[in-house]
Write a protein that binds this ligand. Structure first.
Ligand code: SME
Length: 161
């Protein structure tokens, strides 16, 4: 399948309707979880041009290990409760950070990053198996609408057993 460029609407409800369609399109026939996560992060990078990092950290024992992503090379492992990602895991809820320099313990991977959103990935029983992480060069880029929209989007991913 060749990628067809789409223009995302500015209005958030319409943006997330199109984003979910695109994510479903490019992950529907994924042969495995890695393939789904790789295309998922590629679709997000197209949809959020101001995002300088979009991808996954996956639970591996008591740490998160970097998974498929788009962006500059990033830290490989994040401890439980560490950084924005580990905080989302420990506190069991999404984190929306308007300015990362104001988040105590933020782990900087790209000095151009100003804002960040981290969405937990959950199994059917609610257990967190990883997180979606997105960084933006714009301060205050991610909003509650994005949290709600992205929480819906990650439900499209196949959870591991
Ligand atoms: N900023 C993250 C680390 C991962 S990078 O943003 C890709 C954190 O504080 O957990």
């Amino acid at each position: 399948m060749s990628y067809i460029e789409v223009t995302y609407p500015a209005e958030k409800p319409a943006f997330y309707r199109m984003l979910k369609e695109q994510l479903a399109l490019y992950t529907a026939d994924s042969p495995n979880l890695t393939a789904a996560l790789a295309n998922f992060s590629a679709v997000l990078a197209q949809a959020f041009p101001e995002a300088n990092w979009a991808g996954f950290y996956l639970a591996d024992g008591n740490e998160l290990a970097v998974g498929p992503f788009q962006g500059r090379p990033a830290v490989s492992r994040i401890g439980y409760g560490k950084g924005v990602c580990g905080t989302a895991w420990k506190e069991d809820c999404a984190q929306v950070v308007e300015e990362v320099s104001c988040f105590a313990g933020h782990i900087a991977c790209d000095c151009n990053t100003h804002s960040e959103i981290v969405i937990p990935l959950r199994k059917a029983d609610g257990t967190i198996w990883g997180v979606l992480d997105m960084d933006s060069v714009l301060p205050g880029h991610f909003t509650e609408e994005d949290r709600i929209g992205l929480e819906e989007c990650v439900k499209l991913l196949p959870a591991p057993n």
